[in-house]
Design a binder for this molecule. Structure first.
Ligand SMILES: [Zn+2]
Length: 268
């Protein structure tokens, strides 16, 4: 494989994008440098202490693992698989220390020619219950469909699908959070009750993937201003925010209102 390796400085800086099949970014640390010794765990973020996605670039490497043809009901894409290796990941639940190394994966559905004007990009966090089972507890499936339909309509764009179930807390914890929500807690209170931060997601991997695809500027479909901020912080310019608002259902009105009131999500 024609892997490239770039040694990064200690502090994150704007890095040039590569378009090679396999680009490895590295801090120059051998994997497993710290063995099984864990650093002290950090307290989870409070709900009010929003943001601060991507405070520090943590990837040892980001690699494109696969690139294949991908016809869908929305149109013809290519499907690309990416893996990022994070050294010393910060735990999102102080009671559950993070492993020494975490591998983050993401899929990119790419349509059309990405050169020229900034293409439409949607960064979608995995939601098994919504994406697969069409749950009406949340609006994920509708947003996924909106993104794929809009990309198809424009004839170009990228859907980045990140393996961050339940805002990064994982499937089992998300189902436990649902139980707590059934007893009256909102989506953020439930995460906190379980010992997690309100939002455990990171958006460094999507930014690195976009750079690997040669993009430095995108139109981002999101209602979350912090996603815009996180991407820009990671070196990808957001030329335009495109609304991802979908019609509310009686079953998810409270969930959507919580995201607006407590997480700063926009309504248009
Ligand atoms: Zn969902």
């Amino acid at each position: 494989m024609d892997a490239k390796e770039t040694v990064l400085p200690d502090e994150p800086t704007a890095r040039g994008a590569g378009t090679s099949c396999l680009l490895t970014v590295s801090r120059g640390h051998p994997l497993g440098r710290h063995g099984n010794v864990r650093r002290p765990t950090a307290a989870p973020r409070e709900a009010q202490d929003r943001t601060k996605y991507n405070e520090k670039m943590a990837f040892l490497s980001v690699r494109k693992m696969a690139d294949a043809d991908f016809p869908t009901r929305w149109g013809h894409f290519r499907i690309l698989g990416f893996e990022g290796v994070v050294e010393d990941p910060q735990p999102c639940n102080a009671a559950l220390p993070a492993p020494a190394v975490r591998i983050e994966s993401a899929v990119a559905l790419v349509m059309g020619d990405l050169e020229g004007a900034p293409p439409l990009v949607r960064i979608h966090s995995q939601c098994l219950t919504g994406d697969v089972f069409h749950s009406l507890r949340c609006d994920c499936r509708q947003q996924l469909e909106l993104a794929l339909a809009t990309i198809a309509e424009e004839g170009r764009g990228i859907l980045l699908y990140e393996n961050q179930e339940g805002r990064g807390i994982g499937l089992m914890a998300k189902l436990q959070a649902y139980e707590l929500q059934d007893r009256g807690l909102d989506t953020i209170e439930a995460n906190l009750e379980l010992g997690y931060a309100a939002d455990c997601r990171h958006f460094e991997l999507p930014a690195e993937i976009l750079k690997l695809l040669g993009l430095t500027s995108v139109r981002l479909m999101t209602n979350n201003p912090e996603k815009v901020e996180a991407l820009e912080l990671a070196g990808v310019r957001v030329a335009e925010r495109v609304s991802a608002v979908v019609p509310a259902e009686p079953t998810n009105e409270f969930y959507l209102k919580t995201k607006q009131d407590k997480m700063g999500h926009l309504v248009g």
